[in-house]
Design a protein. Structure first.
Length: 96
């Protein structure tokens, strides 16, 4: 469904593997457990915080050909996090 409906509408890639490669090159990490298992996240890719995306950078050459092991204990639990308050967003926009 994602590959057939969402990707053609928003992305240039037509293959899921190419899309995943781009996510990795931009520093997205894959969630390995819980109900969002298989989803990707990035600390600068947050709802209602589009100004943070400007700080994201793409890796020019990807590593040595071997992938570092994921550490499930370091993955965030988005369901336990408090939402970013509107006041905090205003302060961030003013200072950023």
């Amino acid at each position: 469904e994602f590959v057939r409906e969402v990707m053609p509408q928003y992305f240039r890639q037509t293959k899921l593997t190419s899309f995943q490669r781009q996510l990795n090159l931009y520093g997205f990490k894959r969630i390995t457990r819980g109900k969002d298992h298989g989803a990707y996240y990035h600390e600068l890719f947050l709802r209602e915080r589009k100004e943070l995306c400007r700080l994201m950078t793409r890796t020019k050459v990807k590593g040595t050909g071997c992938k570092a092991a994921n550490n499930p204990d370091s993955e965030p639990n988005f369901y336990e996090m408090q939402p970013v308050s509107e006041q905090m967003m205003i302060i961030s926009q003013r200072d950023g």
